[in-house]
Write a protein that binds this ligand. Structure first.
Ligand SMILES: [Zn+2]
Length: 139
């Protein structure tokens, strides 16, 4: 079977309030991707509920690299994520964003150790004041 040249991987949470708008935006920005969806998204790398969750993510990444030659991984987390206790677990929206930035950083460093050749992008998916999905790229 033929496959695309420059395929990426997206790691996403399952949350129906976010992915239907977020995934097409991610595709527009980063091109075709393999999708790994597990409740909590990048939490499963940064601070997994169990080692098995982290292993499942790493195995799916390995499959995408091995089968499709994926070159880039887009790690995502989203605001009000139930896996982290939702927005109410944070004192402010800034606190929540800052927290997700540090989670994505942790997740990225795990990936760099395991897959040193993968380009890693970090994106926070948030709702703006009009309840529209925004992608916030973490530098
Ligand atoms: Zn979530």
């Amino acid at each position: 079977m033929e496959h695309e040249e420059n395929i990426s991987i997206v790691l996403s949470c399952i949350d129906y309030r976010f992915w239907p708008d977020a995934l097409p935006k991610l595709e527009k920005k980063f091109g075709t991707f393999d999708l790994i969806e597990l409740a909590g998204g990048s939490k499963n790398l940064a601070s997994p509920a169990s080692e098995a969750d982290r292993r499942a993510i790493l195995e799916s990444i390995q499959a995408s690299v091995g089968l499709h030659g994926a070159k880039q991984l887009i790690l995502t987390n989203h605001t009000d994520c139930g896996a982290y206790g939702g927005s109410e677990a944070f004192n402010s929206q800034e606190d929540e964003i800052e927290f997700h930035q540090s989670e994505l950083k942790k997740a990225a460093s795990i990936i760099r150790k395991t897959f040193p050749d993968l380009e890693v992008q970090r994106v926070i998916i948030a709702l703006d004041d009009k309840n529209k999905i925004q992608l916030m790229k973490v530098p």
